[in-house]
Write a protein of this length. Structure first.
Ligand SMILES: [Fe+2]
Ligand SMILES: [Fe+2]
Length: 176
């Protein structure tokens, strides 16, 4: 499968989890399960998407749209942390869940629109297929890693593309 179909499938999954979440009642204990599933669907997707897809686009093309999308990933993950907290202490979680759903729907619309059309101008069919494979294997790795590594990768992905690999290698040396 090419990168576009894989990303779209993931987007549908996270959207339907969020719809399930906001439909729950305050006393439904399934909420905690769904919040964890949303985190597991969202965070590895975002890291792998930044590393493989966004960084390839901004290495060879205008950065504006992609940098906007990076920012939206950060905003969504901040909302997710807020949701995890509110869910844990049983505070008003629904308004945060709705904010997260709205933010992600907006982000996904722009991504599948502007970002995909920019990418289709740049990548050949073969490159889009290879990128799909790279995305899948990176996503699995991110799922196995802890929060520290994940935060480090988020910051590394925001550096100018030509420095990304070098900084990542420095991080690996540090952790050995
Ligand atoms: Fe995405
Ligand atoms: Fe994204």
């Amino acid at each position: 499968m090419d990168i576009y179909s894989i990303l779209k499938d993931d987007h549908e999954e996270v959207k339907s989890l969020l719809n399930e979440l906001i439909a729950l009642n305050d006393d439904d204990s399934y909420r905690a399960v769904l919040v964890t599933q949303i985190e597991q669907a969202l965070v590895p997707h975002a890291r792998a998407e930044e590393s493989v897809f966004y960084n390839s686009i901004r290495a060879v093309s205008d950065q504006t749209e992609v940098m906007h999308s990076f920012k939206e990933h950060m905003e969504a993950e901040t909302l997710l942390r807020g949701l995890q907290f509110k869910e844990g202490v049983k505070m008003d979680w629904k308004s945060t869940a709705i904010k997260l759903k709205d933010a992600l729907e907006h982000h996904i619309r722009e991504e599948e629109g502007k970002i995909f059309s920019e990418a289709r101008k740049i990548f050949s069919d073969e490159e889009a297929r290879m990128m799909g494979e790279a995305f899948q294997s990176l996503k699995e790795q991110v799922s196995d890693q802890g929060v520290m590594k994940n935060s480090f990768d988020m910051v590394v992905n925001l550096m100018p593309p030509r420095f990304v690999e070098k900084i990542r290698n420095l991080g690996d040396e540090k952790r050995v």
